[in-house]
Design a protein around this ligand. Structure first.
Ligand SMILES: [Zn+2]
Length: 225
C-alpha cells in the first residue's frame, strides 16, 4: 500500500489495512528535515518548526499503525512543503518503489487514485512507472480521503486514465458485517492517534475519513506506446 504522506494510507484505507493479514504501508514522503523551517501547515498543527513536526508525525503514525498491524516502510523523501528547489521527481520515486517492491516481493500495489494535491499526482505517476516495470503486479487504486466525496475529482481522474489505455473497475468484496464493524473500530482508533493532523483539520474537517473506502482495479487495455 503506497502512501504519499504519513496519513494517507490510514485515512483513506485504514479499515482495509486492518482487514489485511500481510499489508505493508510504504510512505513515500517520510523524510525528516533537519532545518527549523516553518510552514503554514505546520503552524496550523501547532508546531514551532518542520523538524518538530516530522518528529511528532512519525511518532503518531507509528502509534496509528500499531492499531492496524501492517508493516511500515518509510522512504526518506521530503514532503513537497519542505523540498523547495530540490523537489523529488516521479522517476526518483518510481525507482525507489521498484526497489521496495522487489525486496519485499510485492504482489499487489495499492496506490492513490490521486484526487487533489500535486504530491499525490507525482506518486500516482511514479506508481504507474513501477507497474510498467513490474507488469505482473496487480494494481489497485484507492480513493484519497478528504477529497473522494467532492463533486468531480473521482470522475476526472477516471477520465484521465482512459487515454493512457487504463481501465478502472470498482472492487467489490463480499460483505461481512461483523468484520466491517471491527475494522472500522480499529481505523477509528488509528485515526485518533494523529493528534496534530486532527488539530489542523479542526472538528468536522475530516468526516470523509470515516466514509466508505473505495477501490478500483486498474488494468491495461493495450501495451504502452
Ligand atoms: Zn497526502
Amino acid at each position: 500500500m503506497i502512501s504519499p504522506h504519513l496519513d494517507d494510507a490510514v485515512f483513506s484505507c485504514g479499515a482495509a489495512i486492518a482487514a489485511s493479514r500481510a499489508a505493508v504501508v510504504c510512505t513515500i514522503r517520510a523524510g525528516a528535515l533537519r532545518e527549523a523551517l516553518v510552514t503554514d501547515w505546520d503552524t496550523q498543527s501547532d508546531f514551532a518548526n518542520a523538524h518538530q513536526a516530522m518528529h511528532a508525525r512519525r511518532a503518531e503514525v507509528a502509534a496509528a499503525l500499531d492499531a492496524l498491524d501492517p508493516r511500515p516502510l518509510h522512504l526518506d523523501l521530503l514532503d513537497s512543503q519542505y523540498a523547495g528547489d530540490v523537489s523529488t521527481t516521479s522517476d526518483e520515486i518510481a525507482s525507489a518503489l521498484i526497489g521496495v517492491s522487489r525486496t519485499n516481493a510485492f504482489r499487489t500495489l495499492l496506490i492513490p487514485l490521486s484526487l487533489f494535491r500535486c504530491d499525490h499526482y507525482l506518486v500516482h505517476a511514479a506508481c504507474h512507472s513501477a507497474w510498467r516495470a513490474e507488469p505482473m503486479l496487480t494494481c489497485i487504486a484507492y480513493e484519497d480521503a478528504l477529497y473522494r466525496r467532492m463533486r468531480g475529482p473521482v470522475q476526472l481522474r477516471l477520465d484521465e486514465l482512459a487515454p493512457d489505455g487504463i481501465t478502472a473497475t470498482p472492487v467489490s468484496r463480499p460483505i461481512d458485517a461483523d468484520a466491517l464493524v471491527r475494522n472500522l473500530a480499529a481505523k477509528q482508533q488509528a485515526v485518533s492517534r494523529y493528534a496534530s493532523q486532527l488539530r489542523a483539520f479542526r472538528p468536522n474537517g475530516y468526516d470523509d475519513v470515516f466514509a466508505p473506502e473505495r477501490f478500483w482495479t486498474l488494468q491495461r487495455t493495450h501495451h504502452d506506446r
